[in-house]
Design a protein around this ligand. Structure first.
Ligand SMILES: Cc1cc2nc3c(=O)[nH]c(=O)nc-3n(C[C@H](O)[C@H](O)[C@H](O)COP(=O)(O)OP(=O)(O)OC[C@H]3O[C@@H](n4cnc5c(N)ncnc54)[C@H](O)[C@@H]3O)c2cc1C
Length: 384
């Protein structure tokens, strides 16, 4: 039973419908095998790029598809319902383009943004470090000015999605000792001399998505690779994360929807005590709660997206959406394993994988403790 959507235009229905058919026909059949082999599906991103998904929420004037976030997120959700690693990759790529699109000069956008959104290139986002995850202002990676003029970057960025695979990285590095105002944003080519990736992390889920530490050893960047001015980096990073968190909320909603669909299908077929298990009230109520969680996650995410589309502040709503949707995904995927009983615990069905994938959604792009911190700060400033 696909998600019942309420899309704003026939064009939006067409786009989300296209995402759904690509997800079902091309992604779903490959997901289990690629995740088992920990094989990063670079070709899938080329396909999504050709269809315009990699630049979807950016204006047409700069090379994007000019779609509102409300539509982009629903396409992302469809993709994630089939294959979460691909959904996460798409969301990270879109976030990686945000600093240049929002803070780059006209000349910088003219030079790089078109090709970043065109679909051939894939981006990565280098904010976290081994000792600076929840607290990015503790970062130590340094960009020192050179005579050229330009910058020389040294340090290590941890947990980089697409680390070693991406064509460009949006990097945050320290340009002065000032804790928050001493961080700047840079656009780094993936093949820059001095840039290398450590072997990928061996993770409990999302194994088709490469996550690696990136070492910057004296990586030389020309002066025009600085985005948004010296010292503006942390503010840019946090603003990009507001939009990125909506992406993760949509990925989590899609993942939960995928698990719910499987659980319902199974519960209609599987019989105990002479009838389908969905007809046992105890199990039917479990499925009903799962459906309520998925729809709530979608509603809160799309409401935040609509605020963004209308130019209203949405930071608090983005954190709430990320919190609600990823907690929903954890609960729904865990309950889906329960609905399938013993089979739920095997690799015969994708629900055990969904459960492992849901866990990381509560961790990256700000753990759910950090989302609560952001929400509480908004409450302290503005009230409820
Ligand atoms: C698969 C994966 C992909 C990732 N991709 C990227 C990427 O592409 N780019 C990138 O920059 N980063 C990425 N990350 C990093 C991710 O964003 C961080 O792991 C996350 O922000 C948490 O940081 P940490 O791991 O250092 O945990 P820590 O900050 O050490 O936190 C440990 C625990 O303490 C809690 N905690 C910390 N501070 C507080 C507080 N003030 N109040 C209450 N609780 C607190 C946290 O919630 C957590 O439970 C990725 C991580 C993973 C696992």
């Amino acid at each position: 039973m696909p998600a019942e959507r309420n899309l704003p235009t026939p064009e939006a229905e067409e786009i989300v419908g296209l995402a759904r058919s690509v997800a079902r026909e091309q992604l779903a059949p490959r997901a289990a095998g690629a995740e088992e082999d920990a094989a990063f599906p670079r070709d899938v991103f080329r396909t999504l790029g050709e269809l315009g998904f990699l630049g979807m929420p950016y204006p047409e004037e700069v090379g994007g598809a000019g779609q509102p976030y409300e539509v982009y997120l629903q396409a992302l959700e469809e993709i994630s319902a089939a294959w979460a690693s691909v959904g996460v990759g798409l969301s990270v790529h879109v976030m990686s383009c945000y600093p240049l699109a929002g803070f780059g000069t006209a000349e910088q956008r003219e030079t790089w943004l078109g090709e970043m959104l065109a679909g051939d290139l894939l981006g990565g986002y280098c904010l976290s470090e081994a000792d600076a995850g929840s607290d990015p202002a503790a970062m130590r990676t340094r960009a020192a000015p050179t005579d050229a003029p330009g910058w020389s970057v040294s340090g290590a960025k941890a947990w980089v999605t697409h680390g070693g695979e991406a064509d460009f990285y949006t990097l945050f590095a320290r340009t002065s000792e000032e804790r928050s105002r001493g961080i700047s944003c840079f656009l780094v080519p993936g093949d820059a001399p001095g840039l290398s990736a450590a072997p990928p992390e061996r993770k409990m889920g999302l194994t088709g998505s490469t996550t690696a530490t990136l070492d910057y050893e004296g990586v030389e960047l020309a002066a025009d690779r600085l985005i948004g001015g010296e010292g503006a980096g942390l503010q840019i990073a946090l603003q990009a994360l507001d939009s990125g968190r909506l992406g993760i909320a949509a990925v989590a909603t899609g993942l939960a929807q995928g698990s719910l669909d499987l659980a319902v299908e199974y519960a209609k077929e599987r019989e105990t005590f002479g009838r389908p298990i969905i007809e046992h009230q105890g199990l039917g109520f479990l499925l009903a709660d799962m459906a309520a969680a998925v729809e709530s996650a979608r509603a809160v995410t799309l409401e935040a997206a609509r605020r963004r589309d209308r130019g209203l502040p949405f930071s608090r709503q983005a954190s709430i959406a990320k919190l609600v949707a990823t907690d929903a995904a954890m609960k729904v995927t865990t309950d889906a394993v329960q609905v399938l009983g013993g089979f739920g615990y095997t690799k015969e069905f994708p629900v055990e994988r969904h459960m492992r994938e849901a866990k990381v959604m509560q961790i990256f792009e700000g753990t759910n403790q950090i989302q609560r911190l952001v929400i509480a700060r908004h409450l302290a400033r503005q009230g409820g």
